[in-house]
Structure formats: C-alpha cells, structure tokens
Design a protein around this ligand. Sequence first.
Ligand SMILES: NC(=O)c1ccc[n+]([C@@H]2O[C@H](COP(=O)([O-])OP(=O)(O)OC[C@H]3O[C@@H](n4cnc5c(N)ncnc54)[C@H](OP(=O)(O)O)[C@@H]3O)[C@@H](O)[C@H]2O)c1
Length: 282
Amino acid sequence: MRLFKRIRQAARCALQGFRYGGCSTARISYPSYGEILTGKRILITGGSSGIGLAIAKKCVECGADVLITGRNKDKLDAAVNEIGKQHCFSLTWDISQTDLTDKKLDECESLLGGDITTLVNNAGVPPSRFWGDVDEEEWDKIYTINLKGLFFLTQALTGRWKKQMVSDEYRKVINISSQGGFVGATYPYRMVKWDIRGLTEGLGKALVKERIIVNGIAPGVVKTSMQEFSVRQGDNLYTHQNPMGRVILPGEIAELAVFLINDASNAIVGQTIVCDGGYTLK
Ligand SMILES: NC(=O)c1ccc[n+]([C@@H]2O[C@H](COP(=O)([O-])OP(=O)(O)OC[C@H]3O[C@@H](n4cnc5c(N)ncnc54)[C@H](OP(=O)(O)O)[C@@H]3O)[C@@H](O)[C@H]2O)c1
C-alpha cells in the first residue's frame, strides 16, 4: 500500500514536473504554542484569504480574538465560518476609504469587546501593470489601497493607543511588505513595498518609547490567489523564482507573525523580516 502511494506520488510529481518545469514538496512544521496570545485582540486587514487568513487562524489557535476585514462580505463570512465564530469576527471595510477609519475602528472595538491590542496591516492588491505600461489608474489603485489605507489606519489606531494604554503592556503593529521591498523597484507595487519597509523602520524608532512595537514581514512568492500559478499547480510547490525552488505557504508567514505578535520578540524593533526562500540574497 505504502509502495503504491509512493509510486502514485512519484508519477504525479513527474507529470507536474513535465507540465510546470519542476516539482517541489515542503517539509514544514507548525508547532502548537498553546494559548500564548490569550488576551490579545488582533485586527487583521485583508484577513479573508491568503496570508491574512492564515495569520487569523494561527492567532485564534494561540488564544487570541481576531477581527478580519475585506471588501467582499461572502469571503469574510466563509473565513469566519472556517475559523469559528467564537473568536473570529469580521467587518466589511475597504481600507482605501480613509474617511471611514475612525468609525470602523469604533466598530472593531465594539465587535472585539475592548481595545485593539495588535494591528496586522496585510490588505493589498497585486500589480497589473509594469514600468512602461504603468498608467495613473494603476498608480492610484496601488498607492491608495496598499499604502494610503495602511498609513492612515496605523496613524489613527496608534493615536488611540496613546490615550488607551494604562498598563505596562506592549501594543504591536505588523506591516506586510514583500521581497519586492528589498530589490530594485520599477512599478508602484514594489515601490509601495519599499515605502512600507521604510515606514516600519521610522515608526519602529518613533513609537517604541510609547510601548508600541512596529515590525514587518517581507514574504516571497506565497501560494495565494495573488500568485495564481501556484494555486494552479496544486500540491506541487515548485517555483524557479527563488533558490529554494519552492513557493512559501501562507502558514509559514503566520508562524512568523505569531512570533512577532508575541512578547518573545519584544526586543525586535522596526525590522522587516524576510521569508522568501533566498530570493533577495545577493
Ligand atoms: N502572495 C504573495 O506572493 C505575496 C508576496 C509578498 C507580499 N504579499 C502581500 O501579502 C498581503 C496579502 O496578500 P495575499 O497574497 O494573501 O493575497 P490575497 O489572498 O488576495 O488576500 C488579499 C486580502 O486583502 C483584501 N483586500 C484587498 N483589497 C482590499 C481593500 N481595498 N480593503 C480591504 N481589504 C482588501 C482581500 O479581500 P477583498 O478582496 O475581499 O477585499 C483579501 O482578504 C498583500 O499585502 C500582498 O501584497 C503577498
């Protein structure tokens, strides 16, 4: 039986290798940390799919209450059903509508039953145009969703935190940048990821004295709908786009997020941690 399984797996790999030019599987462990995030109330923008959804799941597994946002209510409802309604809440919120930020933050606090303790700035859309083809529409879309929303939400929430915080706790912001924020940029998506990395460093330094710790994560090619080819490949994780030769799974980014949210990482300030299978190595 085992031999049959192996032969079948090898045949599938060979077929996928033929189709996609290579084949990779992954050896990953997802440790159980117990309830290390109990008492945390975490707002994750764009938590209805991909990386945000994986972070939401892991945070709930670690004892947190989580609120996920996104534009599509059906996607949000499906995510909440998947994670469980007891510790996961959702709010339809287009992050680019910055005039709604304060009202939406009130709603978040009410749904979570208290102050937000952690913000994961994850919402984003992929590029659809590159250098010579970039037009103003693409520029405005990427800058408005991927950067303006993140900036003003972080500004509003950390402003609230300064008034709310009474104990010696730390509050945290995790910004999702990209491997693209570490290599030359010729189009808005990548330029914004550089900006996010710069903002992480700037706010890291500016806010740590207020007991607010800001860090970031720079994922490489992650198997989400943003990397459509990787979803098409199914369980074949091959990519030629990094030295490791495989895509990264959303759960691997979630592991890093839990570490950064947890007090174990409190001495890490203003850093953007790269998780890219070696793509950015010189
Ligand atoms: N996948 C990768 O290879 C990769 C690599 C590096 C960095 N990243 C970054 O990781 C983050 C998550 O991407 P992903 O790969 O997980 O993609 P994804 O599966 O498409 O998730 C994107 C999430 O953002 C939400 N969103 C998009 N526009 C929004 C808006 N205007 N307001 C509120 N929510 C919005 C989406 O929900 P709705 O569509 O319903 O709004 C969805 O929940 C992004 O910032 C992306 O740039 C991804």
